[in-house]
Structure formats: structure tokens, C-alpha cells
Write a protein that binds this ligand. Structure first.
Ligand SMILES: [Zn+2]
Ligand SMILES: [Zn+2]
Length: 80
């Protein structure tokens, strides 16, 4: 469960590409605080990570369709 307004469809994440200025596409949430290549996920470990990262922000992956720039953006539910 996340309060992220983007994940909840309350708002669209629209950011300009830092490289070319074109609007970037929100490719969804990424788990930047967990190992994306981890072959397994232990329940206790994920619980502790949730406690560390909290529920106040959500990291989204942005892709520029114009120049293929990739970046991430931290959506802070307190800011939107
Ligand atoms: Zn989100
Ligand atoms: Zn771009």
C-alpha cells in the first residue's frame, strides 16, 4: 500500500527530460531500495526495508521517448 498519488492515479507524473526538454513517460514505480536482481526476497527482510524507506515517497522510472534518456524521480506524497 502506498500513498503515492501517481500510483493511485490521482495525478500524472510529467517531467521534462533533462537532456532534451521533451516530456518524459512515467514507466511506473521502481524498487530502488531493493536489489532488482535479487533472485529471492525474504519476508523479514522486505518488512525491514519497508520500515526503513517508509511510505512517504515512491520512486518512479522515467523514460524519454525522444532521446532515450532514463532517469528516476522520487514522488513525495507530501509535496504533491
Ligand atoms: Zn508511485
Ligand atoms: Zn530527452
Amino acid at each position: 500500500m502506498t500513498p503515492c498519488p501517481v500510483c493511485n492515479g490521482l495525478t500524472n507524473l510529467v517531467k521534462d527530460c533533462p537532456a532534451c526538454g521533451s516530456p518524459m513517460e512515467d514507466c511506473g514505480r521502481i524498487s530502488s531500495f531493493t536489489d532488482p536482481y535479487g533472485p529471492y526476497e525474504e519476508t523479514a527482510e522486505s518488512e525491514s526495508k519497508n520500515a526503513v524507506t517508509g511510505d512517504s515517497h515512491c520512486v518512479h522510472f522515467l523514460h524519454c521517448p525522444n532521446c532515450d534518456e532514463n532517469t528516476s524521480y522520487i514522488v513525495n506524497s507530501d509535496e504533491i
